[in-house]
Design a binder for this molecule. Structure first.
Ligand code: DQA
Length: 145
């Protein structure tokens, strides 16, 4: 089984970007830890970050052809705007968990709506980087589901 972790725009700046909202960990630290946890479970995990909507759509489409079994995605700002990313997730029909570092429901009202949540297996928000690890744990225990 292969797990794909997708990070949307500005998440490459984690560690320096509004640390009071998003924490001090860098994306590389999070990705390295995720890869290690997956490896310990004998599972291949790939991470992908882009600031570009089309690149995110292309990577999700590719997941439909490359053996990916589960997606963990933080679409970042595109959560609230992107019908294209939602459609890509619907098209590949792979189970996915939506993750947000911050609690989007405690923030500005434009962050309260997600185009993705309706299609997600589950949504984790507000738990910081731990959200990715909980999503991974879930994906590992529901392989193939
Ligand atoms: C985010 C929340 C989004 O509203 C925001 O645009 C982000 C990150 C989060 O992880 O908390 O870039 O998805």
């Amino acid at each position: 089984m292969q797990i794909l972790v997708v990070h949307g725009p500005n998440l490459n700046l984690l560690g320096t970007r509004e640390p009071e909202v998003y924490g001090a960990q860098t994306l590389k630290q999070i990705d390295d830890d995720l890869r290690q946890k997956a490896q310990e479970a004998g599972v291949q995990l790939e991470t992908f970050q882009s600031n570009h909507e089309g690149a995110l759509v292309d990577r999700i489409q590719a997941a439909g052809r490359d053996g990916t079994r589960y997606i963990i995605i933080n679409p970042a700002a595109y959560t609230h705007t992107s019908v294209a990313i939602r459609d890509a997730l619907a098209a590949v029909a792979l189970p996915f968990v939506e993750v947000h570092l911050s609690n989007i429901h405690r923030r500005e009202s434009f962050r309260h709506h997600s185009y993705m949540s309706e299609l997600a297996v589950g949504v984790i928000c507000g738990l910081g980087p731990m959200g990715y690890f909980l999503a991974l744990q879930y994906a590992l225990s529901h392989r193939g589901a």
